[in-house]
Design a protein around this ligand. Structure first.
Ligand code: PNS
Length: 159
């Protein structure tokens, strides 16, 4: 049985994340989605909210969702995963992702595999989606419905 770890901030999850996770579900037996808690950043959605969103999106799939703080490879070893999977949107992602993959391999022996996002999701990022949603722009085609609703609610609470 092969278990893959998909790490990220997922603040919030976009259709790009969903696409990569769905394709991983067709390749691996189980997935662990690892949501980073970074004490030096203030996310729009706290870790529990992000976990709940992804759990709800993949409630019928062999997916475990958890959050972590600290080194990704320590979390990966705790969860006994076989491989780390990262989505790549563009060549500009590659340089940094390659560096992290090599560092993580050196620290733990765990390999990272890269999955290219589908072209229609290539421009998507959580930061851009948040910016558009913050100013009331339409993000319905960029994130799942439950995320679009959560964004609308979060920003209407702010106004
Ligand atoms: O969605 P993101 O923000 O691109 O995800 C980045 C993430 C969470 C994968 C990366 O920041 C990470 O692995 N953080 C944990 C800290 C760590 O292990 N750092 C060393 C990486 S070589």
């Amino acid at each position: 049985m092969t278990v893959a770890l998909c790490p990220g901030s997922f603040d919030p999850p976009t259709n790009g994340h969903i696409d990569v996770i769905r394709r991983c579900l067709g390749i691996f037996d189980e997935l662990v989605i690892a949501i980073v808690r970074n004490p030096s950043k203030t996310p729009l959605f706290d870790a529990a909210e992000r976990v709940a969103m992804i759990e709800s999106l993949f409630k019928d799939d062999p997916v475990e969702v958890d959050s972590f703080e600290g080194l990704l490879v320590e979390f990966a070893q705790q969860k006994r995963v076989d491989v780390i999977v990262k989505g790549l949107r563009a060549v500009s992602d590659f340089e940094y992702e390659l560096q992290m993959a090599q560092m993580n391999e050196t620290l733990s022996g765990i390999s990272t595999l890269f999955v290219p996002t589908t072209p229609e999701n290539g421009f998507l990022s959580s930061s851009l989606v948040k910016e558009v949603a913050r100013f009331g722009g339409p993000v319905d085609t960029m994130v799942p419905a439950l995320v679009a609703e959560a964004l609308a609610k979060r920003f209407s609470d702010d106004r």
